[in-house]
Design a protein around this ligand. Sequence first.
Ligand code: ADP
Ligand code: ASP
Ligand code: MG
Length: 415
Amino acid sequence: MKTVLKFGGASIQDAERIRNVRGIVQSYQEKEPILVVSALGKTTNDLEEILKQWYQQNPIWKTSLNQLLAIHLNIATALSSNASHALQALFGELESFLSNENRSKTFDQYYDHIIAYGELASTTLLAIYFQESGLACEWVDARKIIRTDNHFRDVNIDWKETEHLAKERFHTNKLYLTQGFIGATANGETTTLGREGSDYTASILSYCLEAKEMIIWKDVAGVMNADPKLVPEASVLSKISYREAVEMTYFGAKVIHPKTIKPLQNKHIPLLVKCFLDPSLEGTIISEATPQTPYPPIIVWKDQQVLLSIQDKDFSFIAEKHLTSIFNLFNQHRVHIHLMQNSAISFSVCVDANPRVSDLIKDLSHQFDVVRNEGMRLLTIRHYDESTIAKHLAGNEVLVEQRSRSTIQLVTRKK
Ligand code: ADP
Ligand code: ASP
Ligand code: MG
């Protein structure tokens, strides 16, 4: 049975960390590992910037692309690796694509085509370095396995075809290395699974191959009861249920991509979150079992939220027929709702700030008055108590509050 190991950008951001990853992989060699790897460090952000420059016809994109190539080459040199030729070829391919492209496709199509080079480059570098240093591995193009529809940047997986392709491709027990985050349509057009989507790739492959376990390697000791960057006293949760993990990540705990859990839960595959800086730490195990001891309060902040208040123009009650047309528009514009609440005449929702929200408001405005509040933060506390709420709310104003027995959610802004 396979073990799927996923390494994110932070775990391979420089030569020393890549050597460290190699050591970890070697210790898993007996477990039929499949490695799913993200782009190096912050490469995806850099590529987004390059895309923006190119799209705005700013010739600086070429310089930026060369700087990104230089970062990759420097790491190859520090690893004494001969990966430079392959990296130059890959970046050369992207440069000539951008130089010759007639711009007839949508922005999202270009996004997926261009941003995918981050993962193509990191896996090329790692595969060559592993081979050179005596760790035999096979590089696999994830675009030939992860089959998606053509909702560029936010695709749906063709599970049947992906399962068939994965089973066919990963049929031996050797070490395979592939890209997270990327896939392709049936026509072979590159797609991406959404930012931070490499975790999801690992989970898709775990599902398709019925892996024994999946391990995500992070710069933290495991899943904690809050982001330690925001709450320094946060502590590791040694065991959590799939359900708890879904609730945390859905509301914004950035440690795991929210889509990761479902495929694992469906096949009862345990997910371990371990620390690449100290693999001897136990980390967190996520599985069916609910831990014996109660959970501590779990705090999740979701930034860059927009609060929309929607009312019928003629002051009528918010009734089912309104909600139906409101939900249809949210669905059409692919704007996901994180919290909703209604009064007699108004319906409020909290959503991520993204460019699609403006188009949605334009459409809603035919029938409704829409008030838009920017700069909100959604605070979710699972297993809350009053002192935890008071502590984390200090300095914030609350615009919407919702409580169930296990969860409180507050739409807040800084006072
Ligand atoms: P990757 O390198 O895989 O992309 P990320 O940087 O996306 O890793 O995720 C790791 C980070 O997630 C940690 O450094 C931490 O700041 C943050 N994080 C947010 N919420 C949590 C949480 N509940 N537990 C642990 N880490 C968290
Ligand atoms: N490289 C992609 C990103 O930064 C995917 C990932 O890292 O999971 O969003
Ligand atoms: Mg990440």
